[in-house]
Design a protein around this ligand. Structure first.
Ligand code: C2E
Ligand code: MG
Ligand code: MG
Length: 705
């Protein structure tokens, strides 16, 4: 007995000869199959196949009636995919040819042997099972294909789109039929297509691996996509499957991040990193070509901190934005303007030849930035300091260019406001590193390197010594004496001025109290202490001063604080209140370096001021005997007197200057003619000598005129 592997398979037998049908059924059952029934006509076969749902139909080709076995088989296949085996006595070519339309699973020629029939049935059932599995697997894949959110494209080797899933369609805004008529190249942005054509990513004209590129949506919008592509080897017409993901928003975020990494958020200008990048390139060009000079301008707004502190950050931000706009409009497109942070801007000028040109640009900028800025609630006037470096073959590294620009800028600041300074190599040595100096300055006080010197101030009318100006000296262990003009700006910038300022004040008061005790006849002497603008901004300045007065036992009437005109003008209403409070403590306020700043006495008069100190440059010019110079000093002194202010002349170096000042009724004077600023012991010798006559030699001169 032959046993089928698929016993119990249910079979429908279609045979118009009743005897034959019975015989076949017997054979089948003998083999272990289940015969569901028999049909004698095509119509009957179709109906029974529908009702009984057999696993297999054994179909005689020749049937009585309108329909033959081939037609019936065809109908059954269309409806139910039930496998069919033809049982036939005819094996002529045309019949076999025709039978193909129903995709039969086999032929068994009558008369047959059991073994033949069994093999044919088993093969048909096996094939059917395989086909069913394949169909199921295909359906599964298709539903995945339709359900995934990534666009899936199937392409042939020419890039024609053979298949695309719904996500792929909606990604591009086209319908599936529209896409199927297209080549994927029509979807890729022109630039990226060009890039791919020359890249190693292409295998047989198709993309492989993972790639990010831009595509064009139906609307014309550009999208960024990431595509994972697999090139299928050995398949006839499908050559690539590409899975595309829309990464536009990620790309935008990346671009934004990249932009942010190289730009200043407030002004939108390039930042230091981008500037350095451009500078490096300029340096490379400069080293390669003879005439590729470039210049770096480093700008620092002179009063920014004050504006920011007194008017608030919003006003500060407004100012910075306006400065950025003005600078942009002054420069060429090929120049790079960057904000380095705070109020520091940098400009890289390229394609020019001389330092004069760079200076002209600096002048133009300074001129323009002098115009008032209209902020929401305020109109402010400002000035800018600029350091200039002209680079050529001599620079290799951007940090060296920037260091030198920084040195030049620092020089410009130190020279007073609204200056520009062109870097010279000899600056470098002096400024070796501001950083080093800053580090040293932090330690200077603790190491006892800071000393207060005193320059005597004389009453020009009676020739007697009236007091001193306290002037700070730094004795650096390696560099020797560093003048205050070299380190006070640094102290201001770093905030060290607060502790240093308090140190000078305390020292000066202590010293004066000591001298008053030592020389009781000179008890009326006063001491002047210079105040930095930064100190004036400290809200607790009056408290600090009064504390020092208490600690040292100093009488406030003997203390004078010196401020420059610019400090007064730069400062906020709160600073004005501080000045009032200081005056209430009983001390006097003095305007230092008068005449070189705003030079407006009526303006200065708004402040609680007692005395003005005429700047050295006016005193110096008195020397030349120039009438006009004398006139200026005369006007200053007259105006001061009308405003009930006292006058001191500083920098008196010659007897001639002294005589002129006396003639102009200047009350007090200081200068090298009398004495330089000196240490405690030297001053004590002067005081000792002054006791009886108070420097009779000079008193004689002072009184004589
Ligand atoms: P200043 O307050 O105008 O001080 C006067 C400067 O003129 C001093 O320079 C003094 O040494 C110098 N001088 C005095 N007589 C003559 C003269 O006859 N001819 C010439 N050519 N110069 C003379 P110094 O000591 O170098 O100070 C420079 C500036 O540094 C000062 O100018 C002041 O603004 C600042 N400074 C000095 N000590 C301090 C301090 O303790 N605190 C602050 N905030 N600033 C200080
Ligand atoms: Mg002074
Ligand atoms: Mg002065």
């Amino acid at each position: 007995m032959i046993q089928p592997s698929t016993a119990n398979a249910k079979i429908l037998v279609v045979e118009d000869e009743g005897i034959v049908a019975l015989d076949i059924s017997n054979h089948l059952e003998g083999m272990g199959y289940v015969v569901l029934g028999t049909a004698a006509t095509g119509e009957d076969a179709i109906r029974k196949a529908e009702q009984l749902k057999p696993d297999l139909v054994l179909m005689d080709i020749k049937l009585r009636g309108k329909m033959d076995g081939i037609q019936a088989a065809d109908m059954i296949r269309v409806h139910s995919k039930i496998p069919i085996i033809f049982l036939t006595a005819y094996a002529d070519k045309p019949t076999l040819q025709r039978a193909k339309i129903s995709e039969p699973y086999g032929y068994v020629l009558k008369p047959f042997e059991d073994r033949e029939l069994l093999v044919a049935i088993e093969m048909a059932l096996y094939k059917n099972t395989m086909e069913r599995r394949l169909r199921e697997s295909e359906n599964r894949l298709r539903s995945i294909f339709n359900a995934v959110l990534d666009g899936v494209f199937v392409l042939d080797k020419l890039g024609n789109i053979l298949d695309v899933n719904p996500a792929g369609c909606s990604m591009f805004g086209y319908t599936r039929p529209e896409l199927l008529e297209n080549n994927w190249e029509t979807l890729v942005s022109a630039e990226d297509l060009e890039k791919f054509k020359n890249s190693k990513m292409m295998v047989n004209g198709l993309l492989s691996g993972t790639n990010e590129f831009r595509v064009v949506h139906r609307s014309g919008a550009i999208l960024w996509v990431e595509m994972n592509s697999a090139v299928l080897e050995g398949s006839e017409d499908i050559h690539m499957v590409g899975v595309m993901r829309d990464i536009t928003s990620r790309k935008r975020a990346e671009e934004q991040l990249l932009h942010d990494a190289f730009h200043d958020a407030l002004t939108g200008l390039p930042n230091r990193s981008l500037f350095i990048d451009r500078l490096e390139r300029a340096i490379q060009r400069g080293r390669r070509y003879e005439n590729a000079a470039y210049a770096v301008l480093l700008l620092d707004l002179d009063r920014f901190k004050v504006i920011n502190d007194s008017l608030g950050h919003q006003a500060g931000d407004q100012l910075l934005k306006q400065v950025a706009e003005r600078l942009t409009s002054l420069l060429r497109a090929s120049d790079t303007l960057a904000r380095f942070g705070g109020d520091e801007f940098a400009i890289l000028l390229e394609e020019f030849s001389t330092s004069e040109e760079a200076i002209k640009v600096a002048e133009r900028i300074q001129e323009d930035l002098k115009r008032p800025f209209l902020l929401t609630e305020q109109t402010i006037v400002n000035s800018t300091s600029i350091g200039i470096v002209v680079g050529g073959r001599d620079y290799e590294r951007s940090q060296d260019v920037l260091r030198d620009a920084d040195i030049a800028m620092y020089k410009a600041k130190a020279a007073g406001k609204a200056q520009h300074v062109l870097f010279r190599t000899d600056f470098r040595e002096r400024a070796i590193t501001l950083l080093e100096l800053e580090g040293d300055l932090r330690l200077a006080q603790a190491r006892g390197e800071l000393h207060v010197f005193y320059q005597p101030i004389f009453n020009l009318i009676d020739g007697k010594i009236a007091g001193f100006e306290a002037l700070l000296r730094w004795f650096h262990p390696q560099r020797g004496l560093i003048p205050p003009s070299d380190f006070i700006p640094l102290a201001e910038e770093t905030g060290l001025i607060h502790t240093i300022g308090t140190f000078v004040l305390r020292e000066a008061c202590k010293q004066l109290v000591e001298w008053q005790a030592k020389f009781p006849l000179l008890a009326g002497l006063s001491v002047s202490v210079n105040l930095s603008g930064k100190q004036l901004n400290q809200p607790d300045l009056p408290e600090q001063v009064s504390q020092v007065l208490q600690e040292t036992g100093m009488d406030a009437h003997n203390l004078k604080l010196e401020l420059t005109e610019n400090q007064l003008i730069d400062n906020s209403p709160s600073a004005l209140a501080a000045l009032e409070k200081l005056r209430q403590l009983g001390l006097q306020l003095l305007v230092d370096d008068f005449g070189v700043g705003y030079s407006s006495l009526s303006y200065v008069q708004q402040f609680p001021i007692d005395t003005i100190k005429i700047d050295r440059i006016f005193v110096n010019r008195l020397q030349d005997g120039e009438a006009r110079r004398a006139e200026i000093v005369q006007t200053i002194i007259q105006l001061a007197h009308e405003l009930q202010l006292g006058t001191i002349a500083e920098g008196i170096e010659t007897p001639q200057q002294l005589l002129q000042l006396k003639a102009l009724s200047c009350e007090y004077g200081q200068g090298w003619l009398f004495s330089k600023a000196q240490g405690k012991e030297a001053i004590e010798r002067i005081l000792q000598a002054s006791i009886p006559f108070n420097r009779p030699d000079l008193a004689g001169m002072a009184v004589a005129a």
